[in-house]
Ligand binder design. Structure first.
Ligand SMILES: [Zn+2]
Length: 172
């Protein structure tokens, strides 16, 4: 017996077979529809975060629970167990290094897990993210700290290619 709910099991197993990008899409869709703007996979930002919000000096990672080793979430397959354990451990160490480099460079890091984005939990998760974004924004503009945000820099970044396709013509 294990403690996974059927919903969790589905989430975990789906990622053993393929790496779809749906969880990331859910985050982007929510942010976009609530007026947040962002960049995707900005190469100049260390660790290639899934979503970059310069205005909030925030890098967002949307992590698959299995591959990124969400603690206590996914069961590791019994077959080739050692292989999976070492692979997932490597991924986790790489993630940690990426987060550290970002933080050393003055970025806030938000990690959101796939299992937090089910229909039931999405709204709560994203409201939590929104609170963090607001805190991050305030921390940038504390009076004793010079503002790190530069509108010109943001304008010169490439636009996310799939935004129009994803949301049709109603967003502009
Ligand atoms: Zn999880």
């Amino acid at each position: 017996m294990d403690k996974l709910t059927p919903e969790q099991r589905h989430v975990c197993m789906s990622h053993i077979r393929s790496r779809d990008t749906k969880p990331e899409l859910k985050v982007r869709r929510w942010l976009w529809s609530h007026g947040y703007r962002y960049r995707l996979n900005v190469k100049s930002v260390p660790g290639k975060p899934d979503i970059v919000m310069r205005r909030y000096r925030t890098a967002i990672f949307v992590n698959g629970c299995f591959w990124h080793g969400h603690e206590g979430c996914c069961k590791i397959p019994k077959t080739n167990r050692e292989f999976w354990v070492s692979k997932i451990e490597r991924n986790k160490r790489r993630d940690e290094r990426n987060y550290e480099v970002l933080q050393e460079n003055g970025w806030h890091v938000i990690v959101v897990w796939e299992c937090q984005l089910t229909a039931k939990r999405l709204e709560q998760t994203m409201r939590g993210m929104e609170r963090l974004l607001n805190e991050n924004f305030l921390s940038i503009y504390r009076p004793h700290k010079p503002a790190a945000y530069n509108q010109d820099e943001e304008d010169s970044l490439p636009m996310a290619a799939e935004e129009e396709q994803e949301y049709g013509g109603n967003i502009h």
